[in-house]
Design a protein around this ligand. Structure first.
Ligand code: SAM
Length: 845
């Protein structure tokens, strides 16, 4: 069995997911008899697979439930940025228990639809997904749920019976900032921060009481205070605010023990707002804060510990409340104002419903489909509307889309002192857009341009420093997991490379910056970005290219899940900064779903302009005329010859090979209709306007004599453009053609020209085929004489020469072989001239 077969086997049967589920179950429930637990889980999965009904829903481990895979959580997730690898969301863990059909998001249109679907508030609430539970643990959890439900009804002594909203999120998720915003809407509400409560208590009693001195020690080491202490303190704090209209509790409960304690002393949980952030961003935010505040626990090691604690201990708490139907997931990796706006809306909605959650029990029915049809509106629009109208309907609450450019807090104020002043150009695009390939081509054409690939730079650094250096070891692990290296590290590395290459004519930077933070870091330390070239690709094609590459190379990160994750990251994090660059007029988008050479042709147009001041063509002009390469012209020419009508025009105004040909078959202006005459009234000239490329002149027609009104305009198709040369004689032409035919024997008839594309003509000549020695009169059919290698070499760089008329679709080229193609050999490809001139050469070519 090949590796590929093994991979297919595993993925078809969802084995990795199954193992992940089992592991999650084990970690979550830590059953005493782990073997029995696993056997039980597998038996239930097997029951499910065999279509049997599980005995009890709440006890079903890994119940793979189709309802769940289309739950609001799924929809919610599809519109929030999640890096599946680095995510610290509880829902993420839940998802690992269910087989999400990712196929649905493969096609671009589908994924776009998903991305843009507004999600009604009702659907935004986290939906419980079945945990892998062993019977005992499940009972325990059920008890907790029951006790919590009871706690809701039991009025705890001296505690005001008001709503209690928890704000939860990983370290660095911005909980405090959000609480501050929320309090502006929540008049009369009290904010209780467990961190503050503890710190106050330690400050007051730490020196006098041993117990509090010990707790102070624990807390300063980043450990937790004993739950009975936190429970007591919390109760006291609640009691102190008898007139509170509600409570916002933040920084608590941090693990299931604290949940139990909370049940005992308070019990009530109205709703949980969960700030869903990627681990990477949490880390970055804390590192930045550490720089500003010198907080000792905001270093990479401590942060990583806190995140691990959060994932291991606090996420199960969120999941627990999610199972109770009380969690509202808010994407926390956005502008703080956007988050505040969304949280505010959630709060208003709860308030309007008297803080009663009708569906606090697990949702099982799929949400009404019609709600998805609504158009999304931007948060800004909603903001102004909400200012006027405080009655927010749940269906009005729409998650802001990730398409808004982020606010870039550090603007680009130009190149920083001490760095080379040469242009810096970014080549950007999603995974699989071909950035690396194009960068290579750029370096081949522009010899003094230096290509800086952040991926390569990082990999080199990790390879040389990784094992010896703790920091680089850690970065290596991050990068290996597909996560990003800290942005200050990437900026440092880039600066180092830029300084190293101070004589470079320009830098093209690939794979950086990938998000807002990296762009800000770039602006801060490097600056002076000239522009970015975006290789604009459809998600579908990027995915396909990566999958093909994965199949060919066995690269482990080119599997469907990893690809999806990279694409999601790109869409949610890189695209917004490109939008920002675009708003600044610094983005050039090039269609990246084309032949590599075509793409490069456009890139070189842009770079020619940037480096040498060659003016690019006006927008839209490119659609009107077509310049194709000689290889492509060769192929199309054979087709046109075969059908007896050609629109090709060689730009052969120089000695040597003619690299480009105009094909006016699809696009062109009125000159497209000008016929040939052996005694023409027009002369063709190459004119170099707005181009420094000698191979790319415009075509100009001048009269060669007085022209009568109404007289047909004609030119000689065999004219070289050089007036010193006379058009060739018939003899010369025949000789040349005969020689050409003998060199290139014909094997098969051309198929019909495919719509719109000349480059997909099939060439059936195989590499090892021996070419029959053909004598002129043995050739019966017209056909492809092209070198089979050319089939890969086709490129149709789009270039405007002039713009006038655009044909909506390629004109139909009716086959006129029988009329126009005479039978003799040299007549095979030739069109009989009907110009009627006395000196007519009988054929067009
Ligand atoms: C550039 S097109 C000219 C416009 C073309 N007559 C049309 O209506 O689309 C060139 C084609 O027109 C036809 N053509 C042009 N001049 C001709 C001539 N003198 N005799 C016969 N056919 C001619 C041939 O089919 C030739 O391949």
């Amino acid at each position: 069995m090949s590796t590929e077969d093994a991979k297919t086997y595993l993925s078809k049967r969802e084995i990795p997911r199954l193992f992940e589920s089992l592991m999650t179950g084990l970690m979550y429930h830590r059953p005493t008899d782990h073997i029995a637990y696993l056997i039980d889980c597998l038996a239930k999965v097997s029951d499910k697979d065999n279509g049997k009904r599980p005995k009890s829903r709440s006890k079903t481990p890994a119940k793979i439930d189709s309802e769940k895979s289309s739950t609001p959580v799924d929809r919610q997730r599809s519109i929030t940025p999640i890096d599946r690898k680095g995510s610290v969301t509880p829902v993420e863990r839940q998802r690992s228990l269910t087989p999400i059909d990712r196929k649905g998001s493969v096609t671009p249109s589908d994924s776009k639809r998903k991305q843009e679907s507004p999600v009604p508030l009702e659907e935004k609430r986290g939906t419980p997904l079945p945990p892998i539970a062993d019977p005992a643990d499940s009972a325990k959890i059920n008890d907790k749920v029951t006790s919590d439900t009871k706690a809701k009804t039991v009025k705890k002594a001296d505690i005001p019976d008001v709503p209690i909203v928890f704000i939860m999120g990983g370290p660095g998720s911005g909980k405090l900032t959000q609480v501050t915003s929320l309090l502006k809407l929540a008049e009369g509400w009290v904010h209780l921060s467990m961190g503050d409560i503890l710190r106050n208590e330690i400050a007051q009693k730490g020196k006098a009481e041993d117990k509090w001195s010990m707790i102070g020690d624990l807390v300063s080491k980043g450990e937790m205070a004993p739950e009975e202490v936190t429970g007591e303190l919390l109760l006291d704090s609640f009691k102190q605010h008898k007139n509170a209209k509600g409570f916002i509790l933040e920084g608590y409960p941090r693990d299931m023990e604290q949940v139990e304690e909370y049940m005992k002393v308070i019990g009530k949980v109205t709703a949980v707002f969960y700030l869903d952030c990627e681990e990477y961003y949490c880390t970055q935010r804390l590192l930045n804060r550490g720089k500003k505040t010198d907080r000792i626990d905001d270093n990479l090691g401590a942060i990583s510990k806190r995140i691990t604690f959060f994932k291991d201990n606090t996420l199960p708490v969120v999941k627990y409340y999610d199972d109770m139907g009380r969690v509202f997931v808010v994407n926390g990796d956005r502008d703080t104002k956007e988050i505040a706006f969304e949280m505010g809306n959630l709060f208003k909605f709860l308030k309007k419903n008297n803080f009663e959650l009708k569906n606090a029990k697990p949702l099982t029915a799929p949400p009404p489909q019609k709600k998805q049809e609504r158009r999304p509106s931007t948060p800004k629009q909603k903001d102004s509307k909400d200012n006027k109208d405080s009655t927010v309907k749940p269906e009005d609450v729409i998650v802001p889309l990730a398409t808004r450019p982020p606010t870039i807090d550090v603007p680009d104020t130009g190149r920083k002192d001490g760095l080379p002043t040469c242009p810096i150009i970014l080549i950007v695009g999603g995974p699989g857009s071909g950035k690396g390939t194009q960068c290579k081509k750029v370096c081949e054409r522009y010899k003094e341009v230096i290509h800086l690939s952040m991926g390569d730079i990082l990999r080199n650094q990790i390879a040389t420093q990784g094992s010896a250096d703790e920091k680089w070891g850690m970065i290596g692990t991050l990068v290996q997991k597909g996560e990003m290296a800290p942005q200050e590290v990437t900026a440092e590395l880039l600066i180092e490379q830029i300084k190293k290459n101070k004589d470079a004519a320009a830098f093209i930077v690939e794979g950086y910056p990938r998000d807002k933070l990296q762009l800000e870091e770039f602006n801060k330390h490097i600056g002076g970005l000239n522009f970015a070239i975006l290789l604009d690709c459809e998600e579908y094609y990027m995915q396909k290219r990566l999958l093909d590459r994965g199949n060919a190379s066995g690269r482990i990160d080119d599997n469907l899940n990893a690809i999806q994750s990279r694409l999601t990251f790109f869409k949610n994090n890189t695209l917004p900064i490109l939008k920002h660059l675009d708003d600044q007029g610094k983005l050039v988008a090039i269609d990246g779903d084309r032949d590599l050479d075509e793409i490069f042709f456009n890139i070189s147009q842009v770079l020619d302009f940037a480096f040498f001041g060659r003016k690019p063509q006006p927008p839209g002009a490119g659609k009107c005329n077509y310049v194709i390469t000689d290889v492509e012209a060769e192929k199309r020419g054979k087709y046109y010859d075969a059908v007896g009508r050609t629109y090709l025009f060689d730009l052969d105004y120089n000695d040597g090979d003619c690299p480009y040909t105009v094909d006016a078959g699809y696009y062109g202006n009125v000159s497209h209709f000008i016929n040939h005459s052996c005694d023409p009234n027009l002369e063709v000239f190459g004119v170099w306007i707005n181009t420094l490329d000698p191979t790319l002149p415009r075509i100009a027609l001048f009269s060669r004599r007085d022209i009568e009104k109404g007289e047909e305009l004609t030119f000689d198709y065999m004219m070289t453009g050089d007036t010193t040369n006379q058009p060739p004689t018939l003899d010369q032409v025949e000789k040349d053609l005969a020689a050409e035919f003998l060199k290139t024997p014909v094997l098969q008839t051309y198929p019909d020209m495919p719509e719109g594309e000349g480059d997909s003509l099939e060439v059936t000549l195989e590499e090892n085929d021996t070419l029959p020695e053909l004598k002129p009169d043995e050739v019966k059919e017209t056909g492809d004489a092209a070198d089979s290698n050319d089939s890969n070499d086709s490129n149709i760089p789009e270039l405007s020469i002039e713009s006038d008329e655009v044909f909506d679709e390629p004109p139909k080229l009716e086959t006129q072989k029988s009329e126009l193609i005479p039978k003799s050999l040299t007549d095979q490809y030739r069109i009989v001239c009907q110009c009627g001139a006395k000196n007519c050469r009988k054929y067009l070519f």
